[in-house]
Write a protein that binds this ligand. Structure first.
Ligand SMILES: Cc1cc2nc3c(=O)[nH]c(=O)nc-3n(C[C@H](O)[C@H](O)[C@H](O)COP(=O)(O)O)c2cc1C
Length: 188
């Protein structure tokens, strides 16, 4: 699949088949990640791949994190929400936790964050081209101490996104966007 088709056909994928994604495939995706543009070649990105038992631990972390949204964490509603997150996570073959370096310098910090997000976008496009689906999430779980410990996030790094990865259970239609022409001004 060419790059333009991969970009324009990508959607966030919520449901995955149970087939695993091979280590070689994930390594290939991450080689695409590190080709992202990067001012001053700081190479701020790091990746933590969660599969197998690490994925199961993350499912538990997500479920417990979801419970925190509820005043009464023992309610049926809270337990159902946590169970759903746990189930969805256990049905996700792999997660890529993306980290970025947190520089003391404000401009470097912003540029490094941008580069790391571009690295994630590369993974998403490359995955689409190989018939894989992804779903990028941020949210509070990124700062959950249990995740930081599971992923061994060093002090000078932070999590910038968590990418679900797997073979899509079903084809999905790309979601609505305004045409770029409506959002573009041409100055000649
Ligand atoms: C930086 C970033 C953070 C996101 N965080 C979340 C998230 O925490 N939860 C979520 O459901 N989707 C998250 N998304 C995915 C968007 O909701 C999704 O891209 C949007 O609904 C458009 O759908 P599409 O990707 O299928 O075009 C995030 C996307 C980006 C770029």
């Amino acid at each position: 699949m060419d790059a333009i088709t991969a970009i324009t056909s990508r959607t966030s994928v919520r449901r995955f088949r149970s087939d695993p994604v091979s280590r070689a495939t994930i390594e290939r995706l991450l080689e695409c990640a590190v080709r992202a543009p990067n001012h001053k070649l700081t190479e701020p990105w790091r990746f933590v791949v969660l599969t197998g038992r690490a994925r199961d631990s993350f499912a538990e972390i997500r479920a417990r994190h979801r419970l925190k949204r509820f005043d009464d964490q023992t309610s049926a509603e809270a337990r159902a929400a946590a169970d759903k997150v746990r189930r969805d996570s256990l049905e996700t073959p792999a997660y890529i936790v993306a980290l970025t370096a947190v520089s003391q310098d404000e401009i470097t910090r912003e540029e490094d964050y941008a580069a790391s997000m571009m690295a994630i976008a590369n993974v998403m496009t490359a995955a689409q081209s190989l018939g894989l689906g992804t779903y990028l999430r941020t949210g509070g779980v990124m700062r959950d101490q249990a995740l930081l410990e599971l992923a061994l996030v060093p002090d000078s790094f932070r999590v910038v996104g968590i990418l679900s990865l797997g073979y899509p259970a079903q084809a999905e239609t790309p979601r609505r966007r305004k045409p770029a022409a409506e959002l573009t001004r041409w100055l000649d």
